[in-house]
Design a protein. Structure first.
Length: 297
């Protein structure tokens, strides 16, 4: 593969203060990244591998890189192959999964590819509840992970919010148990029960942070934004964001995290919803203006 100029990406990560010893949770729009890097080949596997190694070089031997490879199909299909089951959380993770499947964590629904100084520790986590208090989300908070996204607003990668909803036992979700026929790396097969904090279908269509929460994150420098040649990039400190969100959720407030009621998708305009145009419109503003100056009155 011909040499790729990464100076623009290095500059963004420098502004985000990502360095040796940093822990990062990464979301990537690989097609947009290919355009930015003027990558001509159709072999996106090579590009994904290159970008992973680029990130690992940035965080060094003491840092960590985590990439989601969530498999939501394991719930309705009731089966999961740790090596071969594709993720539904982005092409970047799936491209890496083929080569690095042995770095995939255990939970069938919310699994991650984990690289770095704590990868062995993360691989040993065998939580039954995907969003429970002993799940990997706790480690990401304890180890001060930064959520970094290339090509989309950070909210599209903020599954972390469901862990916080679980901790505060929100009333519009519940812990749902499901049975899975599991195939591990060594082809060992077993059946086991797992769970996750599911929506109450008759009540909740979708839940996420609100537009106000997003503004607060930027106001207090919990979130940051950078722009390079039609690629929008975001950083969110997960621990700081969690502290703000949990404080609100524990007061049963809907100001920072809320939900759209079933059948009322068009009525709640406060929630940043991936399934309508609210997040898309926000991303468009970033692309058009290069930055957003919020009014915090």
């Amino acid at each position: 593969m011909s040499k790729i100029n990464t100076n623009q990406l290095l500059n963004v990560l420098k502004k985000f203060k990502i360095k040796k010893g940093s822990n990062i949770y990464v979301g990537v729009e690989i097609i947009m990244l290919a355009k930015l890097l003027n990558y001509k080949s159709k072999n996106l596997y090579q590009l994904a591998d290159f970008f992973l190694k680029f990130l690992l070089d940035i965080v060094g031997k003491t840092g960590n890189v985590v990439i989601p490879v969530f498999n939501l199909d394991c719930v309705p299909k009731k089966k999961f192959d740790r090596k071969n089951s594709q993720g539904q959380s982005g092409l970047f993770g799936n491209l890496l999964l083929k080569k690095y499947y042995k770095f995939r964590t255990r939970h069938p629904m919310y699994s991650f590819l984990v690289f770095g100084s704590k990868s062995r520790e993360y691989m040993k986590v065998n939580n039954q509840n995907a969003t429970g208090k002993n799940s990997l989300w706790k480690h990401f908070n304890d180890d001060n992970f930064e959520l970094i996204t290339f090509g989309h607003h950070y909210v599209r990668s903020l599954t972390h919010v469901h862990y916080l909803e679980d901790l505060s036992n929100t009333k519009y979700r519940y812990n749902k148990t499901f049975k899975v026929k599991y195939t591990d790396f060594n082809k060992k097969k077993f059946t086991s029960n797992y769970s996750f904090f599911a929506r109450k279908l008759g009540l909740c269509e979708f839940s996420s942070i609100t537009k106000k929460c997003d503004r607060i994150f930027f106001k207090y420098n919990i979130a940051k934004f950078e722009y390079i040649n039609n690629l929008i990039c975001f950083k969110l400190n997960l621990k700081k964001a969690s502290n703000v969100i949990l404080k609100s959720l524990n007061k049963n407030s809907k100001k920072l995290v809320s939900f759209i009621k079933t059948g009322e998708e068009s009525k709640n305009k406060t929630v940043l919803n991936n399934d309508d145009r609210s997040v898309f419109n926000l991303e468009k503003k970033y692309l058009l203006k290069k930055k957003i100056i919020y009014s915090f009155k």
